[in-house]
Design a protein around this ligand. Structure first.
Ligand SMILES: *Cc1c(COP(=O)(O)O)cnc(C)c1O
Length: 235
């Protein structure tokens, strides 16, 4: 059996290799360890191996873990990467450092209002629905992306960092197309907002292709923590 530390090292090696193959610096790509459904002991094991950025998908689960760990592990950077109903936004605004799935102005305004004055601005990414499928969340075109970005830019408790996507395709040319479209949208966003620096895409099975297409943050769950058991939890 492999340990979390070994699997983490393997994910880092995959990232380094992919960066090198694309003439990029490995240090320009952040590994976000996605710990949803996993116990805090797994987070602590990854922390002991040097990991500092963790992603959570569910408000209540994330909130519990942060409250349990934040005192002893105060340099963990917490990222919210799940879908968010606007009536559940407060714990995200109060506890997380990053929010990857801002897809509409109502959520942006609520997070801005609920972010405590005592904390630095919440780092946010705009979620893009790159396939345009009705079942997916996210902004579907460049015009809406730029409009939402302008709104976020005016909110003092939010800091616009870039884009995030969950592709619709698992592999093949469709996946490649979606990553390429994301790279183009990211380029467009950077031209309008030169300070954005984050393209959050790529997961356990496709991090190499994401890095080849400009990802600056990959979100890796099962490759580090093993398969998830959704026994009692909605996917
Ligand atoms: C679960 C999840 C991941 C991690 O997926 P793996 O395939 O386990 O690496 C990444 N991003 C989001 C938004 C997720 O929900």
């Amino acid at each position: 059996m492999t340990t979390i530390a070994e699997r983490l090292a393997l994910a880092q090696r995959r990232m380094t290799l992919a960066a090198r193959q694309n003439a990029r610096q490995a240090t320009d790509i952040t590994l976000l360890a996605v710990s949803k459904t996993k116990p805090v002991s797994d987070i602590i094991a990854a922390y002991a191996a040097g990991q500092r950025c963790f992603g959570e998908n569910y408000v209540q689960e994330g909130q519990q873990k942060i409250l349990e760990l934040s005192q002893q592990y105060s340099d963990i950077e917490w990222h919210f990467i799940g879908p968010l109903q606007s009536n559940k936004s407060r714990p995200v605004a109060e506890l997380f450092h990053w929010m990857h799935t801002v897809d509409r102005s109502k959520i942006a305004h609520r997070l801005n209002e609920q972010r405590p004055d005592t904390l630095p601005p919440l780092n946010v990414c705009i979620q893009i629905n790159v396939s345009g499928e009705a079942s997916k969340s996210g902004v579907t075109n460049a015009k809406d992306m730029l409009a939402l970005a302008s709104e976020i830019q005016q909110l003092p408790h939010l800091k616009l960092r870039g884009l995030m996507t969950i592709p619709s395709a698992e592999e093949g040319t469709k996946l490649l197309n979606e990553f390429q479209q994301m790279q183009q949208l990211f380029h467009q966003l950077k031209q309008a907002f030169p300070l954005v620096d984050t393209l959050s895409m790529g997961m356990s099975h496709d991090l190499e292709l994401a890095i080849a297409n400009g990802a600056t943050m990959v979100r890796i769950g099962s490759a580090i923590f093993g398969a998830r058991d959704y026994g009692q939890k909605p996917a």
